[in-house]
Design a protein around this ligand. Structure first.
Ligand code: ADP
Length: 293
């Protein structure tokens, strides 16, 4: 089993020709609501991959919370550890998408802010892996990574509250290029810089995701670029979550980090074929098929 600790949100996706500049107003009639939050997205992606997965998260005692829990259950995620919090709304994300699929996101934290170390608790039986992101309080992230035994994977997104002590608790770190730059204080605008930044991390197993380029893997002293397959992209929201989930699943299967990243880039590419953070998530069969091409 995999234990995922993180956020659960309602996503309000608003499509625009282009993102507004500061002070600017743009009009659109194109919006839809879906399920999101990095924790929930990664849990649902793992379930789609056929993994047993339990989520530790917090939602409100409101209609949004009901909707999210129902969706998670339908996807096959164990939600017995999801806490409902009275008097606080379920988290919400406002996602602005432009014509090229580029996004700007504001997250209203709501109940996510109330996820505490006690909610993370010990899991029985012990999971094979713990997968955590940073949309919940750092105390909960710390508690999740404090469980000894399972493989500990941190997606430092956003890269807030991530310090050296936290990184010392991580087996595999999976930032995107912005997060890697923030964590290391180095620019990450090309492959050479990405490699230098990975080398500067105190975690010697790390993967930086590079959008349509793919991912650069550091496994000890070995560095390898794993290119993304070229696919028609509808919506990249949640691609990073699908990447983290698939990487985790492949590592639980015992694959080396570079091989796990090959699965993850293909899965993440497939996830861009549909709208929404949890739309387009692939099955193992679909990944195998694209990998073989
Ligand atoms: P985030 O969405 O978290 O910022 P990235 O943009 O790096 O993360 O995307 C995560 C992963 O999703 C990439 O490593 C890649 O595998 C896949 N991906 C993202 N955009 C594309 C794309 N346009 N084509 C193919 N794969 C993509």
């Amino acid at each position: 089993e995999v234990l995922v600790v993180g956020s659960a949100n309602l996503d309000r996706v608003i499509r625009l020709d282009r993102l507004p500049r500061p002070g600017e107003t743009v009009l659109t009639g194109d919006a839809e609501t879906g399920a999101g939050g990095k924790g929930a997205n990664q849990a649902v992606a793992l379930a789609r991959l056929g993994r047993r997965v339990a989520l530790r998260a917090a939602v409100g005692q409101d209609a949004g919370g009901d909707t999210l829990l129902a969706g998670l259950r339908r996807a096959g995620v164990d939600v017995s550890g999801v806490r409902r919090i009275e008097g606080v709304p379920t988290g919400e994300a406002l996602i602005l998408l432009d014509g090229d699929g580029e996004n700007s996101i504001v997250v209203l934290e709501g109940a996510n802010r109330w996820l505490g170390p006690a909610d993370v608790g010990p899991a029985r039986p012990a999971p094979a892996a713990v997968l955590v992101q940073c949309e919940v309080p750092t105390a909960a992230v710390r508690a999740a990574l404090a469980v000894t035994g399972p493989l500990r994977i941190l997606n430092p997104a956003p890269a807030q509250g991530v310090d050296a002590a936290l990184l010392a608790q991580v087996d595999v770190l999976v930032p995107n290029r912005i997060e890697l730059a923030q964590l290391t204080g180095r620019p990450v605008t090309d492959l050479d810089e990405a490699r230098a930044a990975l080398a500067a991390l105190p975690v010697d197993r790390a993967v930086v995701t590079l959008g349509a380029v793919g991912a650069l893997v550091r496994d000890g002293q070995r560095y390898e670029l794993v290119p993304a397959p070229a696919v028609p992209v509808v919506d990249t929201t949640g691609a990073g979550d699908c990447f983290c989930a698939t990487l985790t699943s492949a590592l639980v299967d015992g694959l080396p980090l570079v091989e796990a990243a090959r699965w993850a880039v293909v899965a993440a590419a497939l996830s861009t074929r549909a709208v929404g953070a949890q739309g387009g998530l692939p099955t193992p069969g679909e990944i195998t098929e694209l990998l073989a091409r």
